[in-house]
Design a protein around this ligand. Structure first.
Ligand SMILES: O=P(O)(O)OC[C@H]1O[C@H](OP(=O)(O)OP(=O)(O)O)[C@H](O)[C@@H]1O
Ligand SMILES: NC(=O)CC[C@H](N)C(=O)O
Ligand SMILES: [Mg+2]
Length: 507
């Protein structure tokens, strides 16, 4: 999951896109980029780092124009440390296209060869997004008959793109001199929503990964982009929409509701906050059937994402909900960091205990998920060091046992703590006195109840079912090999250190 945004306005959009990217920062911390367009000329700035570090005043001044898009990257394909693979991507023909992408193509390697051999296009990085923009460019070239390009021709190109690319994708693209194109994969895995506002200068339309970016920048949400649908916003702010897939179904990524999205976002009609409350409620049933209530003194969340679930769980159990860990707000999210070394170090940098909440107590720690076990192992030990008598651990999501190929960076099953381990073995590994997990079906039921129109969820990392139905074992192996071949970043380059350093500089 990366964060993407695009906007068409009548006044300069550089600051607006910057603000939207800040609201989407939780979706990607590794690189950020903005492109604006004035007339038919595009201006780009992208680099590794968080939004505040990447864009200085001089960079912002060099981004003029009333149209633009931006991205915050959480690498799930290609090289996590390469500046070249930061987004947006640009191709100069046809017309000039700039593109940002959230998701992961499962056939990127095969497409890369096909693009070279048949379409005569060269891909210069290992990024799946570079493949995507070239497929779109090729199909747009084939569909374009007239000048100016018509929405119908654009939609025809998107239909052809749907037939060639596999996996998950929410895309925003700028077509120079024409407008803004946005589309979503036919399974509706990755989120995409649009909204608008009327300014003194006229109408402004924004497309983004999450509703929080639309609302937080003063717009009103119109609706989600439907799975397989494309919307084209012309330079006047007129929205044209068309279903471009043959048999679209809506299967949003369950991990968005568990962890990725901000709780104040609404995705595909489901409030992320309510989904987390519901997960806490069903988790409470599991806790009650495992641990006797009088053996729990207090419920403590592991900040940040588990808070709503932990709160609801505590209420259901009738136990006090207390803050036992304080989060250093200048350390980013550890799970979306690209290397295990960095993740491990960051848990201790990020969280510290408040001793009085632990001393002599039986504590129930609640996290939203346990993926590699990096956080829980450290946290359980920290709770013991702070004087807890018994440390129980509960996860608002079920065990993560299968790799994800749709935009969450867990490409190999071997890295997952629950892979090939029983609950008892995991409990032993993290060092807890008891370990309680959410149930997969219960989770789907209580989150699904919030929107009766869903076809289902993309929940492959929990249930091993891959909704697109077309990922071969060779595809799995190729994606895993590609990601595993990425070296860990050198200590001296550590992004956490850079983030802390720049926070210190600012204060
Ligand atoms: O088992 P693991 O591999 O450690 O992954 C799971 C943990 O990582 C995430 O926290 P993160 O620090 O990324 O973000 P948060 O502050 O939003 O909770 C998630 O909320 C869990 O705490
Ligand atoms: N998390 C994402 O959406 C990543 C997009 C793209 N696959 C990349 O790695 O840059
Ligand atoms: Mg967490």
């Amino acid at each position: 999951m990366c964060g993407i945004v695009g906007v068409i306005s009548k006044s300069p959009v550089n600051q607006l896109i910057y603000d939207a990217l800040l609201l989407l920062q939780h979706r990607g911390q590794d690189a950020a980029g903005i492109v604006t367009m004035q007339g038919t000329k595009c201006f780009m700035h992208k680099a590794r780092g968080m939004v505040r570090d990447v864009f200085r005043t001089r960079n912002m001044r060099a981004l003029p124009g009333p149209v633009g898009l931006g991205q915050v990257r959480y690498p799930t394909a290609g090289n996590a440390y390469s500046e070249e693979e930061a987004q947006p991507f640009y191709v100069n023909a046809p017309f000039g296209i700039v593109l940002v992408h959230n998701g992961n193509l499962t056939n990127a390697l095969a497409l890369k060869e096909e693009l070279f051999a048949i379409d005569r296009r060269h891909i210069n990085t290992t990024s799946d997004t570079e493949v995507l923009i070239n497929v779109l460019a090729h199909e747009l070239e084939r569909a374009a008959r007239n000048l100016p390009l018509t929405p119908d021709e654009i939609f025809k190109a998107v239909s052809a793109v749907h037939k060639r690319i596999k996996g998950s994708y929410a895309v925003v693209a700028l077509i120079a001199g024409h407008g803004l194109l946005a589309f979503r994969d036919p399974f509706g895995i990755r989120p995409l929503v649009f909204g608008e506002s009327v300014t003194a200068d006229g109408r402004e339309v924004m497309v983004a990964s999450e509703s929080v970016a639309i609302e937080g920048t003063g717009h009103t949400v119109t609706r989600d982009v439907a799975p397989g649908e494309a919307i084209f916003i012309d330079l006047e702010g007129q929205v044209h929409a068309k279903q471009c897939a043959d048999a679209p179904t809506l299967n949003p990524c369950m991990f968005e509701f568990v962890y990725l999205a901000r709780p104040d976002s609404v995705m595909d009609g489901i409030s992320v906050y309510q989904a987390r409350l519901n997960m806490g409620e069903t988790l409470a049933q599991r806790v009650i059937s495992t641990i006797r209530p009088n053996e729990i003194d207090v419920v403590i969340p592991i900040p940040e994402s588990s808070r709503p679930s932990a709160m609801q769980l505590a209420q259901k159990l009738g136990k006090p909900y207390r803050e036992g860990f304080v989060k250093n707000r200048y350390v980013g999210r550890t799970f979306i960091m690209p290397g295990q070394g960095m993740r491990k170090k960051s848990v201790r940098q990020k969280l510290n205990t408040i001793g009085m909440e632990f001393k002599g107590r039986n504590v129930l720690l609640v996290d939203d998920s346990i993926v590699r076990g990096t956080t829980s192992k450290e946290i359980v030990q920290m709770a013991r060091d702070a004087g807890a008598r018994k440390v129980y651990m509960a996860s608002a999501a079920p065990p993560v046992r299968f790799p994800n190929v749709y935009g969450i960076d867990m490409p190999t099953k071997e890295e997952l703590i629950a892979h090939n381990r029983s609950i008892e073995e995991i409990r032993e590994f993290i060092g807890a006195d008891a370990l309680i997990y959410q149930d997969v079906d219960a989770m789907k039921k209580v989150v699904g109840a919030l929107n009766g129109k869903l076809s289902g969820f993309e929940a492959s990392c929990f249930d091993g079912h891959y909704v697109t139905g077309d990922v071969s074992s060779a595809d799995f192996d190729a994606m895993a090999a590609q990601r595993s071949s990425q070296p860990e970043e050198e200590e001296g380059n550590d992004r956490t250190r850079l983030a802390l350093q720049s926070a210190n500089e600012r204060s």
